[in-house]
Design a protein around this ligand. Structure first.
Ligand SMILES: [Zn+2]
Ligand SMILES: [Zn+2]
Length: 165
């Protein structure tokens, strides 16, 4: 899934915030954001999800249900503009020497769920809405499959992967 899939889904999902509040939201990917360390006035939503990877050297593919996705978000109430920064943690091939960290590929269904949950958090944090049932939702997004290769997971190497459970 390319950035466009995220962008289009994000636009659909935040359309309701434009209608309800007159605020426009935008999404960008930033590989420098740190889990649990949002900048001042920013909120965080962190979630594990199912995605696939492909090694750019040997072309092997593998699935993972523990792909950490971190969102930091903030509403600028004066400008009526919201910003979401997102980071998707990478994994590397366990077969190749000097494998490179690969970007995860998400199914559009899982992008839908992730962004739907994100918008719920935005409503809660930035607009102080109370939403029912939001607390009990910790399962990773998407199906489960296979063991987790910690030594080839960027989030594990950084010690933040447990968040995806
Ligand atoms: Zn490989
Ligand atoms: Zn991991």
């Amino acid at each position: 899934m390319s950035f466009q899939d995220w962008e289009i889904t994000f636009e659909e999902r935040t359309e309701e915030l434009v209608e309800d509040y007159g605020d426009s939201w935008r999404l960008k990917f930033d590989d420098n954001i740190e889990p649990d360390n949002p900048a001042q006035d920013w909120f965080q939503y962190i979630r594990g999800a199912f995605a696939r990877f492909q090694c750019s050297k040997c072309k092997k593919t593998w699935p993972s249900r523990r792909v950490l996705v971190v969102f930091h978000f903030r509403l600028d109430g004066r400008k009526r503009k919201g910003t979401v920064e997102a980071r998707r943690f990478r994994q590397e091939c366990r077969r190749c020497q000097e494998a490179k960290m690969e970007e995860p590929q998400f199914d559009s269904d899982n992008i839908e769920v992730l962004l739907e949950k994100l918008v719920e958090r935005i409503r809660m944090r930035c607009y102080r809405e109370t939403l029912d049932g939001i607390q009990r939702d910790f399962r990773p997004v998407g199906r489960s499959e296979g063991p987790h290769e910690s030594s080839h997971c960027e989030a594990c190497l950084k010690g933040v992967c447990r968040k995806a459970e």
